[in-house]
Ligand binder design. Structure first.
Ligand code: GAP
Length: 464
């Protein structure tokens, strides 16, 4: 994990936010490459689940929504986690996580049992044993709004906006059951402890779908298909399938309205934990909003006239956790000959002197930079000019970067760490001989000569 965190900072993917003020409570900023990577993951998700599907439409709802929404969904009163403080060192913990870490028991939701289980257990921070009782605290971020009486909340999930716009979507678009509404956006949870880098933060992004279907339709096949589509998406963005685990919630742990919930867990460097989930939420949400708002949120079958409240399957993806799993799956260390060779002349090194190459083997689909273009030498205008003209052409179709810093070996190492699939080098043969350039493949480090005029077609084939 430390290696990933350090690479993310060193190479402009993710920084601890507000470092000049000493950092701010496990908040992170996505730097230039991280922001692009995140966007590419979002775009891949939107393309797969919205653009390529006739049965799913998109939505972009507000972060500040009517508090009645959270009353109906149960969040205002029921979206709580248990906390406990060490009375000696004042460190705060999430009670169920602490009990699990110290005793191996899963007592989530049972305050007296958690309080009892911690008696005699030592604080991981100070080693003493003096605990407050476990108590529930709300995870909702409360704020106020001009012109509105009473508290307003930052949304704790994107799903809420989808349910309250269900009627608008049905009335304005030609959707037909079964269909889904998809949304990507920020969600906010006042987590007791934010930890493990971007895995658990108080501000994060979700990509969620509410998929509405007829309650009389057998749902098991649809549920199984959704699990496959979720897994397919993860593999398409380069998440290692071998590190994905399906985890079905036990009947006792299910919400009263849910028929089934399965999480995808991922083997993160700090251990196996949740990546995303799929839940059968029955008619709970539309039913609750219909009751509290007094609006009819049912569906009428145009063929039979039968009226019903649709049931819903909810595939919910955490974008930041997906990005962490992508980084972990892509992170590779390889022993290779010294970069630039002992004399600095050979781009990928020669001979016996070894160095460790760090490579992010991103799927080309989501790599923040697809092609880096270099002049062999920075101080030869003829090479720089030609490399710039290739950059200007290719950047129209691909995310490109022009780099003339250091020697070619160093540039390769930098692009490897950013995860750039291809590097193009303009040298004297390009100018004096045959207008060919060197194209170097990130993963194999093999190089081939390609005509400059054919680069666009070459990369269209490679990067599609
Ligand atoms: N609408 C359903 C819902 O919100 P959830 O399991 O609470 O379900 C869905 O959240 C996903 O959001 C999780 O699987 C996870 O990927 C992500 N997520 C939840 N809390 C998070 C946090 N504090 N930091 C980062 N991601 C989080």
């Amino acid at each position: 994990m430390e290696k990933i965190v350090s690479l993310c900072k060193r190479r402009g993917f993710i920084f601890p936010a507000c470092e000049i003020y000493g950092g701010f409570s496990a908040a992170y900023s996505y730097g230039p490459y991280g922001a692009q990577l995140k966007k590419n993951i979002k775009d891949a998700w939107w393309k797969k689940f919205v653009e390529e599907r006739a049965d799913i439409v998109g939505l972009d709802g507000p972060i500040l929504l009517h508090p009645k929404l959270w009353e109906a969904s149960g969040h205002t009163t029921g979206f709580n986690d248990a906390m406990v403080d060490c009375k000696e060192c004042k460190k705060r913990f999430r009670a169920d996580h602490l009990v699990k870490d110290l005793t191996g028991k899963d007592l989530e939701g049972d305050l007296p049992a958690m309080t009892a289980a911690l008696q005699g257990q030592k604080c991981p921070e100070c080693g003493k044993s003096n605990w407050t009782d476990a108590k529930m605290v709300s995870m909702m971020f409360k704020t106020e709004m001009n012109g509105f009486d009473g508290p307003v909340y930052l949304r704790p999930e994107t799903a809420g906006a989808i349910f309250v716009e269900f009627k608008n979507v049905v009335d304005s678009c030609r959707v037909k059951i079964p269909f889904g509404i998809a949304q990507i956006g920020k969600a906010f949870r006042n987590e007791i402890v934010a930890r493990n880098f971007i895995f658990r933060t108080r501000e994060f992004e979700q990509m969620e779908i509410e998929y509405f279907f007829d309650p009389e339709m057998p749902w098991e096949d649809l549920f199984a298909k959704w699990l496959d589509w979720q897994e397919e998406f993860f593999t398409e963005i380069g998440i290692d399938k071998k590190k994905l685990v399906r985890f079905e919630h036990s009947k006792e742990k299910l919400s009263h309205y849910s028929k089934k919930t399965v999480d995808f867990e991922y083997l993160y460097p700090f251990g196996q934990s949740e990546l995303c989930g799929l839940a059968h939420r029955g008619e709970f949400d539309l039913g609750a909003h219909s009751k509290l708002s007094g609006q009819d949120l049912s569906w009428t079958d145009s063929a039979t006239g039968r009226k019903f409240t649709p049931n819903v399957l909810e595939p919910s993806f955490g974008l930041d956790r997906a990005l962490l799993a992508v980084l972990d799956s892509a992170y590779t260390e390889e022993d290779i000959p010294l970069s630039g060779g002992v004399d600095g002349a050979s781009p990928d090194g020669v001979g016996d002197v070894k160095e460790t190459r760090i490579v992010l083997k991103f799927s080309p689909k989501i790599a923040p930079v697809k092609i880096a273009i270099f002049p062999l030498l920075k101080n030869k205008p003829v090479l720089v000019e030609k490399a710039k003209s290739i950059f200007d052409e290719l950047k129209k179709d691909f995310a490109c970067e022009f780099d003339d810093n250091g020697n070619v070996g160093k540039r390769y190492r930098r692009q490897d760490e950013i995860g750039t699939p291809y590097c193009v080098t303009v040298d004297f043969d390009t100018i004096e001989k045959d207008d060919t350039v060197t194209v170097r493949d990130r993963d194999t480090m093999q190089q081939e000569r390609i005509k400059a005029a054919e680069l666009k077609k070459y990369f269209e084939d490679k990067l599609k």
